[in-house]
Design a binder for this molecule. Sequence first.
Ligand code: FAD
Ligand code: FES
Length: 502
Amino acid sequence: MHQSLWSLSQKTSTYPPLSQHTKTDICIVGAGITGITLAYLLKDTPLTICLIDSDRVSSGTTAYTTAKVTAQHDLIYHELIHTFGHYDAKCYANAQLEALDFISQTIKQHRMDCEFERKFSAIYTQNAHDIPLFEKEYAAYQELGLKGRLVKTLDLPFPIECALILENQAQFNPVKYTTALLEEIQTYPNIRIYEQTAATDIKKKDGTLTVCTSLGYEIEAQKVVQTSHYPFYDDLSFLFAKMEAQTSYLMACEGVKNMPEGMYLSYGQPTRSIRTYQNYLLVGGEDHRTGTEKETKTRYEALTRFATQHFAPSNISYRWSTEDYDTVDRLPYIGQMKQGDQIFVATGFKKWGMTTSTVAALLLKDLILGQESPYASLFNPNRQHIALQIKNLIRYNAQTAWELVKGKLRAEEDLSQLTPGEAVVLKLDEGKYGVYMDEQGETWMVDLTCPHLGCELSFNRAERTWDCPCHGSRLDVTGAVVSGPAHSALKSTTNRIDPNLF
Ligand SMILES: Cc1cc2nc3c(=O)[nH]c(=O)nc-3n(C[C@H](O)[C@H](O)[C@H](O)COP(=O)(O)OP(=O)(O)OC[C@H]3O[C@@H](n4cnc5c(N)ncnc54)[C@H](O)[C@@H]3O)c2cc1C
Ligand code: FES
């Protein structure tokens, strides 16, 4: 995997792994921006909190994002009014703006050094056919009280047909922000933080929940919150069938002479996302369903062409990719997994998780403390907006079913194609295996059956990972989990391409 610009801000100090069975009121699984913000919000309550992460804190998607902190989530508000009505659309906008305010206030209160800057956010199109859509979105902004402006030009080095600007949004360094939040909570006696501790299952008995971990130790909890980006425990809620993993790519360019002022997103395909950070220009986009492409290098090449043509950088210093989950109705799933249950979830942020993570943490805090929230029903993971859901559910699962079937049909590849940095797929009697050769000529062979629900993994050439097209798990060439929902490694062997070893 490539390193992101934000990963450089990771602290070298670490939290220990869990080393014994323990009890807590609240077990938060996943220490990205969502889990960390929730722990921060619960710090002054009498509750004991256990925050665990399978890897390092702040090392998941939060360290690979673009980190625009905005309520401008693509062109969404006209669609929300149309689908859910004025009240729900207004709730969505208010929730995002309150989250932005919360982030801004928290940074100010603790004097956090995370390069938080107020910026305008702009979505633009270079296609005249899109103008009526932008006009409708602008009308939705006016109806919902969002401070927007329709413009014909931007300070970008290429012509546009139209753009919608939302004023007074923000950008920051997400890892510095989450690290600062952790520094605020780590001295609280009611909060314990563990790294390298993966939750693998939840057992329910007599009103108590037991979180099983990869280390063999268990955490007994009254309530469990899954802030693991993708819920590791589905509990027959079938969330996995209602989400789609989308991979996107980012690059940090240096030596750009005319840096633009704001944060920008193109409408339609191919997506282009632009912001600045210190002396870097960040250019992102090229979204696609995770695990459906092998030639992912072409995605970086397309971004490089775009950056070179328009911004002429002297150097592209960092490039990275990551994924986020879209939901069937474009709203995140935040709340109880099942009615009356004590297992909570926050997922499906559709690449708008900087504010939505905070919406989630604020809402989950209310739910945990038994308080009312105006946003509970809108984001309820069990909501039933059937009409829209059915269409998209069929689309998502038709693709997933196809991946399962395709996995059984594809012809085997030729082992002689294997060169350093490359991988081939072998079809053997027992199933399919991926063989990767590293730069030293050492080979790694893994079973290509995804440890989550059994789809077949595909090689991602740019990142050198095995990616799952069904729900977005990514595993490295040795078989170790890079990101879930899979939480166990692939069966693997090294330097011995012998299927009998499995
Ligand atoms: C390319 C890209 C660009 C984006 N740009 C923006 C943007 O500009 N603005 C915006 O608002 N949003 C953006 N997003 C979305 C945003 O980055 C994410 O929605 C957000 O970071 C998700 O945070 P999280 O805390 O939910 O997940 P994560 O940061 O992934 O944290 C989850 C944590 O859970 C841990 N974990 C996983 N499984 C387990 C387990 N079984 N046990 C224990 N721990 C576990 C992981 O190690 C990880 O640390 C972007 C997303 C992408 C893909
Ligand atoms: S991530 Fe679900 S089957 Fe692979």
